[in-house]
Write a protein that binds this ligand. Structure first.
Ligand SMILES: [Zn+2]
Length: 249
């Protein structure tokens, strides 16, 4: 008697576990997310599309077969990854469509994706829509080009009115002669410094961008300095000086 009721209990528990297993399996199907990617053509934000597109199921390792549907019609049956199907809207009737996929696991479970709704334009409608976009984009880029040009003019002016411009890279001060100059775009950029050539004394040095007030001070210093070379020395003196200085480099 005791063994029989124990056997019954074990059987019942096993049955319960099996049911629970089934329920949890049904409540928790593998995920299936479908994506629609435009390869070439028109794809508006309103779901109106025309051209070449790819339907794809991301969770490739979970399934052994994926069927892609257009409404209730099979578009493709794939038995191995990648579960991606390329199609052209022109191969299907134009109008509102429901794209979706059904996937099969190795255990024989099936799961359907959420549908993607798309309105297939005719090839001609797609061309017209693309042309409209090109006109808008072309107009916008023209406007932004003009605006950028205007801003450069305005900025350039304000910088000039602030007392001169040292160009896009900014100005620096030559460590040899102490004069300020605009850094050159061709000077090799060594992360924190540039290896640039001073246009005043002609020597190369590692320099970095200096603040405007430092440059102003250097300008003043250079102008006020009565011993500023170059202007007061003769050509022979200058050559001799250059020769002297080059010895130390
Ligand atoms: Zn210099």
């Amino acid at each position: 008697m005791k063994t029989r009721s124990l056997g019954l209990l074990v059987f019942l528990m096993a049955a319960l576990l099996a049911v629970a297993d089934r329920v949890s399996a049904q409540a928790d199907p593998p995920p299936l997310s479908l994506s629609l990617r435009r390869d070439w053509g028109y794809g508006g934000l309103d779901g109106r599309i025309q051209g070449r597109f790819t339907l794809r199921v991301k969770e490739e390792s979970l399934f052994v077969r994926v069927v892609f549907y257009l409404d209730e019609t099979e578009m493709a049956v794939l038995d191995e990854p990648p579960f991606a199907f390329r199609f052209h809207t022109g191969d299907y009737p134009p109008g509102e469509h429901r794209l979706w996929a059904q996937a099969f696991t190795a255990e024989g479970e099936t799961v359907a994706s959420e549908p993607i709704y798309a309105y297939f334009l005719t090839d001609e409608e797609g061309r017209e829509a693309t042309t409209r976009i090109l006109i808008v984009v072309g107009g916008l880029s023209l406007v932004s080009t003009v605006l950028a040009g205007l801003m450069l003019v305005v900025l350039g002016r304000s910088e000039k009115s602030a007392g001169g411009s040292y160009g896009l890279l900014g100005g620096t001060i030559c460590p040899h002669c102490g004069k300020p100059y605009a850094m050159h775009f061709y000077a090799p950029n060594l992360v924190t410094h540039r290896f640039d050539r001073c246009p005043h004394c002609g020597r190369w040095a590692l320099v970095r961008r200096q603040p405007l007030d430092a440059l102003r001070a250097a300008e003043g210093g250079a102008e006020d300095n009565p011993q500023a070379p170059a202007s007061q020395e003769t050509e022979e003196e200058r050559l001799r000086r250059l020769l002297d200085e080059s010895r130390y480099e």
